[in-house]
Design a protein around this ligand. Structure first.
Ligand SMILES: [Zn+2]
Length: 451
């Protein structure tokens, strides 16, 4: 399909948009119009894609991940451990990361995401052992090859065990190197505007792996370069204790002291905020990514999404890294978020539509991308199309509810900026069997070398 040709995604089985019962017209990478019940497109000369077997939703948006961790899924040394001991078990393995292994890990994670209906993903890469200085450039190249929209964060760690931090000396960098590379990456790769395919954000790993000076200078650089800020915060009670011991305050106070509490920032997890902190987040317009699978695997607790939304805190969804999820399936994460929060808050407060909203409109707002996450005119044509012909859907009523309740996990088609990037549950040009072979071999090498 050429970029100029308008295409009518016609008569879907169901669509997550108002007044679009007969589908949507896509042109020049955007939603050109919605076609209401009884209507036909006003756009002339549209090609037709028959969506009679498809449920159409806005492309899902993943706002927290660590792609390299696909190489350390279900690692025996890290099983059944809480966050801090889990990290200590994994750092020595991650220190073995090579450019070749990272390229395979990024391809695996992005492919998993695309096949699950994800059209925009972030990554938080903060491990830079010697030889892996081009980690983010590698990620940019894979995103461009696969056609997924990406907000890649330049992560960092400069507080190692030598200085009282958690990571080993071999995976940290110094502040000057980190800031210079952050600027280089923004200058080289960051695109602006609704249709940006690659963006860069700045993302020190967490308060327990970087210095105060780096937190502050990163916030200043992000303001100067007009890019977003991201980090982990309030994931566990251990973190609260650590922050109190080291800095004499709670993580959110520390964040504010470092100049981070504002609308440029989105935070991963946000599990252990108290009432007044949630109100402060809302006033500051700082957003939070909910990561339900990771929080459950590590027994960290869960993000108080309802209190957050009542206080005008934007909530998005993320799968988190594959060492704590251990999948990169965003549609399954929607179901996990629905089940987890329904259980927590009850029938009246959380529906399957809320979980879908967090993964679309909410996630788009986390990234400051208002032209993503909703099917409406002028928005980017980022769509996920699911078929309901598997056994798990047999006998369903409401097709949108069925996606979440019956456990949809594989999109049939995915469109990013008007281009099909998944067709018949396949990524054109990507040999998945070959990828699995090479990715598994790279993972095995890392596990063996570290043991
Ligand atoms: Zn994370």
């Amino acid at each position: 399909m050429s970029g100029k040709t308008a295409i009518w995604i016609k008569d879907p089985l169901a669509i997550l948009a108002d007044n679009a019962e007969r589908g949507v017209v896509v042109q020049d990478g955007r939603i050109a119009e919605l076609v209401p019940r009884g209507g036909t497109p006003a756009t002339p000369g549209t090609a037709v894609f028959d969506a009679g077997a498809h449920v159409v939703i806005p492309g899902l948006i993943n706002t927290h991940h660590h792609f390299y961790q696909t190489l350390t899924r279900a690692l025996p040394a890290a099983l059944d451990r809480e966050l801090f001991p889990w990290l200590k078990a994994l750092y020595p393995v991650w220190a073995r990361l090579t450019p070749q292994a990272l390229e395979l890990a990024v391809t695996a994670a992005m492919a998993e995401l695309l096949l699950s209906g994800c059209t925009t993903t972030t990554d938080h890469h903060y491990v830079f052992p010697p030889g892996l200085e081009d980690a983010i450039d590698i990620e940019v190249a894979v995103a461009r090859r696969l056609g997924i929209r990406a907000v890649l964060t330049r992560g960092s760690m400069n507080l190692s065990q030598r200085d009282g931090g958690l990571p080993p000396d071999s995976v940290v960098q110094d502040e000057d190197t980190i800031l210079a590379d952050s600027k280089r990456l923004v200058d080289r790769h960051h695109q602006r505007g609704d249709d940006a395919m690659v963006q860069i954000a700045l993302a020190p790993c967490s308060p327990f792996s970087v210095t105060t000076s780096l937190m502050q200078s990163t916030a200043e650089l992000a303001a100067q370069l007009e890019v977003r800020l991201h980090t982990h915060l309030a994931e566990t009670e251990d973190e609260n204790r650590y922050c109190n011991e080291l800095y004499g305050c709670r993580p959110l106070d520390y964040l504010e002291n470092c100049g981070w509490l504002g609308e440029r920032t989105w935070l991963a997890h946000g599990v252990h905020f108290n009432e007044s902190e949630i109100a402060r987040l809302g006033r500051a317009r700082t957003a939070v990514t909910h990561c339900p699978c990771s929080n459950q695997v590590l027994a960290s607790g869960g993000c108080p999404v309802c209190e957050m939304e009542e206080n005008d805190v934007t909530v998005g969804l993320g799968v988190d890294g594959s060492a704590s999820n251990d999948a990169s399936n965003l549609m399954q994460e929607v179901r996990a978020a629905f089940l987890f929060q329904r259980h927590r808050y009850g029938i009246d407060k959380v529906s399957h539509r809320d979980a879908l909203r967090w993964a679309t409109k909410g996630s788009a707002a986390c990234l400051g991308r208002p032209a993503l996450g909703e099917i409406r005119p002028r928005n980017m044509a980022d769509l996920a199309l699911f078929k309901l012909d598997e056994l798990r859907f047999s006998g369903h009523g409401d097709p949108i509810a069925a996606l979440v309740l019956c456990g949809a996990h594989r999109a049939d088609r995915v469109m990013v900026g008007g281009q099909w990037v998944v067709e018949d549950s396949r990524i054109p040009g990507l040999d998945i069997d070959d990828l699995i072979r090479r990715h598994s071999a790279a993972a095995k090498r890392m596990h063996n070398e570290a043991s």
